[in-house]
Design a binder for this molecule. Structure first.
Ligand code: NAD
Length: 448
């Protein structure tokens, strides 16, 4: 228990996607020597050349600055990583399994095993990926089985809470750190890997492996539930003529409730919330406590219904049929300031409109390449004016500032008809109506 820790550990970050690339860059920026590792040679080549392979505000600049210090480098070689690091962060993907609600942890296993086999001295492997409860304990047993005899390797869990679009700030100034460990040494070694963050006074929760795994999925489940809660109220509003925007505002003044994540609209998507709540429900089922989180199925269902309801509103505005209707779909990313289209509500709606015969033209400021790759059947516009030109209905699906700030009068000159569905409650309804637009939003009466 009194074993010494490496005061300024060298770090590896295995899996350099949204999470890992950000972690590697930020840790190098605050002074650590960091080696980023990925199985994707293209990603590694881009990062090594100072290019972030996805859109994240501020990250490119920080990457180029830290590369220039010589503290940050990249490789595809696991043996090099094993040799280099004192603390190894596992940041690979844990997507939803095909044909199942559960999480696919095969990448986490593969990455951890490849690393552990090459270790030759005491090291700490730290999982950051979001995983089903119990994964860390399995990995620990696997690591002990495959690490060369005499190599003392420990495993810890440090769940990550960063938000895309705010990834740098969330990594350097997180709300809290959670360290799940099985020894004093592991906790102290992990602290030494976060010294600059802890010195800022960041709250630290020290716990066991299972609690650390659970914190992440519990947090995401809460956030998803809060969004679906207000969207469930939107459904009630639609049946009664009440206005969910005003309802949400009135609720938000109650400090016990709070206004964040209480915004009604098209609901959540992305590479985390949807798959995480499904994986959590599936894991709880396996653990015999499925009933305790069965509400998550409702949370998911409410979220899905917002997408079909948005299609309904567009159809209504179009006069009852979507056949041949020109629709300008504004947004593709699952949220603004990101190019991430994983389980994006925007593209799901665009796809449904397309399948009902609408002539859909999609525009997004950052996510066009990703969207084209995933939905090659949709039509894409090169700019906002091009997307709305001649449209019968405009539907706002991702609340980019560029769309929020567009002038209703100018938009009006471009479209075929002044009809808009505001899927994110992001537009100024009064300004649009004043400019002669027919304005519709989820959970709001046609007149408010
Ligand atoms: P991502 O798909 O962007 O990145 C995953 C990376 O892992 C890819 O670059 C892939 O090539 C690499 N990889 C796959 N198998 C590998 C292996 N065997 N060895 C090395 N690299 C390998 O995913 P992401 O969004 O960065 O998410 C990673 C994890 O972090 C997930 O568990 C996710 O739930 C969690 N997470 C993500 C966020 C977020 O905002 N994106 C936030 C918190 C937690």
């Amino acid at each position: 228990t009194d074993e010494p820790v490496v005061a300024r550990p060298r770090l590896t970050v295995i899996g350099t996607g949204y999470l890992g690339a950000t972690h590697a860059v930020c840790m190098a920026a605050v002074g650590y020597e960091v080696l980023g590792v990925d199985v994707d040679p293209n990603k590694i080549a881009k990062l090594a050349a100072g290019e972030v392979p996805f859109f994240e505000p501020g990250l490119g600049e920080l990457l180029r600055d830290t590369l220039a210090t010589g503290r940050l480098s990249f490789t595809t070689d696991f043996a090099e990583a094993a040799e280099f690091g004192d603390v190894h962060f596992i940041c690979v993907g844990t997507p939803q399994k095909k044909g199942s609600q559960a999480a696919d942890v095969s990448y986490v296993h593969a990455a951890t095993e490849a690393l552990a086999k090459g270790l030759r001295r005491k090291a700490l492997i730290v999982g950051k990926s979001t995983v089903p409860i119990g994964t860390a304990a399995q990995l620990r047993d696997m690591v002990h089985a495959v690490a060369p005899a005499g190599t003392a390797v420990e495993l810890a869990w440090n769940p990550e809470f960063l938000r895309e679009g705010y990834a740098v700030a969330d990594t350097l100034q997180p709300d809290r750190l959670v360290f799940g460990t099985e020894s004093r040494w592991a906790t102290e070694q992990l602290k030494a890997a976060f010294t600059p963050v802890l010195e800022r006074g960041t709250p630290l929760v020290e716990c066991d492996l299972s609690t650390a795994e659970l914190v992440k999925v519990a947090a995401n489940s809460f956030l998803a539930t809060k969004i679906s809660y207000i969207n469930a109220m939107a459904e009630v509003c639609e049946a009664t003529g009440a206005d969910v925007n005003l309802l949400s505002r009135a609720l938000s003044y109650d400090e016990r409730i709070g206004g964040r994540f209480l915004k009604p609209g098209l609901g959540f998507g992305g590479g985390c919330l949807p798959k995480d709540i499904r994986a959590f429900a599936a894991r709880a089922e396996e653990l015999g406590v499925g009933q305790a989180v069965s509400f998550l199925h409702q949370v998911d269902a409410i979220n899905g219904r917002r997408r079909t309801r948005t299609v309904d509103l567009v159809r209504e505005l179009a006069g009852g049929s979507l056949q041949g209707v020109k629709v300008a779909a504004l947004g593709a990313a699952f949220k603004p300031n990101s190019d991430d289209i994983r389980d994006a509500p925007a593209l799901d709606v665009a796809r449904m409109l397309h399948e009902e015969g609408a002539d859909v033209r999609v525009y997004d400021p950052e996510a066009m390449d990703n969207a084209r790759r995933a939905y090659p059947d949709l039509t894409y516009a090169g700019s906002l004016p091009e997307a709305v030109a001649g449209a019968d209905v405009v539907v706002l699906l991702t609340e980019w500032a560029q769309f929020r700030d567009a002038d209703p009068e100018m938009m009006g000159w471009l479209v075929g008809r002044r009809k808009v569905v505001d899927g994110r409650h992001a537009l100024d309804a009064d300004a649009y109506r004043a400019a002669g637009w027919e304005y519709r939003a989820l959970g709001r009466p046609t007149t408010s």
